[in-house]
Write a protein that binds this ligand. Structure first.
Ligand code: DAV
Length: 387
């Protein structure tokens, strides 16, 4: 048996050659099984995360740099233990409902494996008391064109997070997708700026939790607008990580590093959210028109209304701006948190068709609709959206 055939074991029936197939009705090359260049083109297939067995991460400098101070005691007390079963059951129900809504809109939905995250992670360099979860595929997987890239994540508890998605990824590979894991980081103590513990963190003043010792990034610090990819440096994404991705993607793509008013930055997708060509939803607390590159001068900026999540609702990992963490099905249809009435009205008044879904408990785990999904296939080809 050749290596190629061997790699295809496990149910592969040989009906998917790896080259682009041809649609016999049109003679057009069929869209590859993995194909996504933007955040808004018509969504055909998506992975929706799973809350099962999610664990509270063990306290670490990278948590101090990003998480709301009021929840630090929660992490210090419960680190390494599973989240409360009631929270996980409620979050799982919301993720199931999101899946049903997407299916009803004509999207193929895949779900990851339910992994036991309570097992510790140990390498020669570190030990983490537990993993985190498989709830937020946007953080650990970057899809650009027909390639799935596993992100080199800076949180030790997230070191093996793509395990939940490996069975799906293997199948996408069998169907022609490209599959890459960025260099596995070592996550030695020297990656972390321990001297900043107990002081102020600010990604814009060279006070990030991570050094430049090795490349690290979370996929959710990147945002795709065709040939142009926008990202931010954060407490999990360093310059070295951006440089690795830039060289890996090559000349076809341009990576732009943006700066926002978000000292505790981790993930760009509640800050800078393109919804259609020339239409960008922005977080008014973090973005100014002058702070965006000139290339956006003709873009319509949609200033997100303030979030309405009650202060009593626990958001352990994030700001309340998860309200802006929407998922576009196409240039009109946008999945929005059901209780975020101002956002629903705002999008409606701008010609969008919001689809409300309940998602507050997933919010407690650190993400909105964009975080909890990863688009596998959207219609459309590689192109530039800027003159
Ligand atoms: O408060 O900006 C962003 C999304 C986290 N995955 C925030 C959270």
């Amino acid at each position: 048996m050749t290596q190629e055939l061997d790699a295809n074991r496990g149910g592969y029936d040989g009906s998917w050659p790896d080259e682009a197939r041809v649609d016999v009705r049109t003679d057009e090359p069929a869209t590859p099984v993995v194909n996504s260049f933007t955040e808004w083109e018509c969504l055909e297939e998506v992975i929706v995360g799973r809350a099962d067995h999610a664990c509270v991460p063990q306290w670490h400098l990278t948590l101090e740099a990003t998480l709301p101070r009021r929840y630090w005691p929660f992490f210090k007390t419960h680190g390494g233990q599973p989240f409360a079963p009631e929270l996980l059951t409620a979050a799982a129900a919301e993720l199931d409902e999101l899946s049903r809504v997407l299916e009803a809109e004509g999207v193929v939905v895949r779900r990851p494996d339910a992994v036991d995250w309570s097992r510790p992670i140990e390498t020669p360099a570190f030990r983490a008391a537990s993993g985190l979860y498989g709830a937020m595929p946007r953080d650990c997987l970057l899809v650009i064109g027909n390639e799935i890239i596993e992100a080199p994540m800076a949180w030790r508890c997230r070191y093996l997070e793509t395990r939940a998605f490996r069975a799906l990824i293997r199948n996408y590979f069998r169907q022609g997708a490209r599959w890459t894991a960025a260099p596995k980081p070592e996550l030695e103590d020297s990656l972390y700026r321990s001297e900043l513990a107990g002081s102020e963190f600010d990604v814009n003043r060279d006070r990030s939790a991570v050094t430049e010792d090795e490349p690290v990034f979370d996929a959710a610090d990147f945002c795709r607008i065709g040939r142009d990819i926008f990202c931010q440096l954060s407490h999990v994404t360093n310059r070295f990580g951006v440089a690795w991705l830039r060289r890996h993607l090559g000349e076809e793509f341009r990576i732009h590093v943006l700066q926002f008013n978000d000292p505790n930055a981790m993930h760009i997708d509640a800050t800078f959210v393109p919804l259609a060509p020339s239409r960008l939803l922005v977080n008014p607390k973090r973005v100014t028109r002058g702070g965006l590159p000139q290339m956006f001068r003709n873009w319509e900026l949609l200033w997100a209304p303030p979030p309405t999540v009650p202060d009593t609702h626990p958001l352990y990992f994030t700001s309340p701006w998860l309200s802006a963490n929407v998922l576009s099905i196409d240039e009109k249809r946008v999945i929005v948190e059901m209780d975020e009435k101002p956002m629903i009205e705002f999008l409606t008044s701008h010609g969008f068709e919001p689809i409300p879904v309940r998602f507050r408990h997933v919010g407690s785990l650190g993400g909105g609709f964009h975080c909890a999904t990863i688009d596998i296939r959207r219609r459309g080809r590689l192109r530039s959206y800027f003159e």
